[in-house]
Design a protein around this ligand. Sequence first.
Ligand SMILES: CC(C)(COP(=O)(O)OP(=O)(O)OC[C@H]1O[C@@H](n2cnc3c(N)ncnc32)[C@H](O)[C@@H]1OP(=O)(O)O)[C@@H](O)C(=O)NCCC(=O)NCCS
Length: 181
Amino acid sequence: MKKYEGDYSKTLETERLILRKYNKDDFEMLYKNYVSDENVPKYCTWNPCKTQEEANELLSSWYRGYEDPEKLMWMIVEKSSNQGIGIIRVTNKWLEENKCEIGYSIGSKWWNKGYMTEAVTELIYYLTREIGFHTIVAEEVSVDNIGSRKVLEKVGLKQYKSQDGKLYYKYTSKEIEDERI
Ligand SMILES: CC(C)(COP(=O)(O)OP(=O)(O)OC[C@H]1O[C@@H](n2cnc3c(N)ncnc32)[C@H](O)[C@@H]1OP(=O)(O)O)[C@@H](O)C(=O)NCCC(=O)NCCS
């Protein structure tokens, strides 16, 4: 795909949220609101942090991702409180297929407010219209992660089952669908 010349993780905005790059000054807030929350990483690859030190280590490891100027990763900020409440990012890219995978989570205090639907809608718009991806996927979605499945369906990804029986979701941008007609 054609190389995007802009700032990859540039600040994005929705009605109630700001998606922005985070930095070390945000670690305390992200510990309190997000990575210490035992409900959050149930379906993710990390464990809840019990201390600020543990959180700093985890958040630093993610933060180092920004060393890659093409990293696509944002802290989700609730505008009304100016609090960082979670992370949304591209977890994998297949540039030859114009395809990427997304991942996201927010602190449970902020669940069921429509926030992730709002954030993922904006992310997909940005990834397809500005960066140039044609296909967005969410792989290996747990059957019992109803919240995440609902978000993916609401923003337009379709559900598929892989050969080994795992669920995955896929969105193909309108332009591509039109080309195929
Ligand atoms: C999954 C998650 C991102 C959903 O975020 P959210 O901001 O609460 O989602 P929304 O408020 O936009 O909800 C979208 C829909 O899902 C529903 N929903 C959300 N969580 C739900 C749950 N646990 N059970 C059932 N429905 C749920 C909402 O009610 C809403 O439905 P509606 O539009 O019919 O009212 C959030 O629960 C989370 O961060 N979970 C932990 C991390 C995670 O599982 N991430 C994904 C895999 S790594």
